[in-house]
Design a protein. Structure first.
Length: 154
């Protein structure tokens, strides 16, 4: 007497493999798109932290100024105190850095500036700072932008 065949047929096994492949591909794409979005969020968050720190520094210094001189190309600004001497100079350089030069010291504020889109200008008595910070994330560019108008406290 023959025993009934136990086990799975080839068609059943192939069906299970195909269904598992579809489920794995779905979870794989969902996981990695979520991961990429998390990286994007973290990068933007870091850029905003950097931007806030830099703009706070510029704002504090500009409010103390008695005079503001912006370079004709908009790449630098000189702040003058009540004695007529330069006490702070902010400058964008071609390497994408924003530096603060004070008597006896030079401080790198950030190295993520998009120099082509960032500038200093003067609007009546106010200093207008337009700054774009950018970073590369997995072969794509992430950037943030802000414009701030600072009035000196004379």
């Amino acid at each position: 007497m023959r025993r009934p065949a136990s086990g799975f047929t080839l068609v059943e096994l192939l069906t299970v493999v195909v269904i598992l492949g579809i489920l794995i591909s779905f979870f794989y794409t969902t996981f990695f798109s979520s991961w990429a979005e998390m990286d994007n969020y973290a990068t933007r968050s870091n850029l905003w932290q950097d931007m806030n720190r830099v703009m706070d520094k510029v704002t504090v210094q500009a409010r103390q100024a008695k005079g503001i001189t912006v370079a004709s190309d908009g790449r630098s600004v000189v702040l003058v105190d009540s004695f007529g001497s330069n006490f702070a100079t902010f400058a964008f350089n071609v390497a994408g850095e924003l530096t603060l030069t004070q008597p006896g010291s030079v401080e790198l504020l950030t190295d993520r500036v998009d120099v082509g889109l960032s500038s200093f200008s003067k609007n009546s008595e106010a200093l207008v700072v337009k700054m774009v910070l950018a970073d590369m994330l997995a072969m794509r560019r992430v950037q943030i932008e802000t414009t701030t108008e600072v009035f000196p406290r004379n």
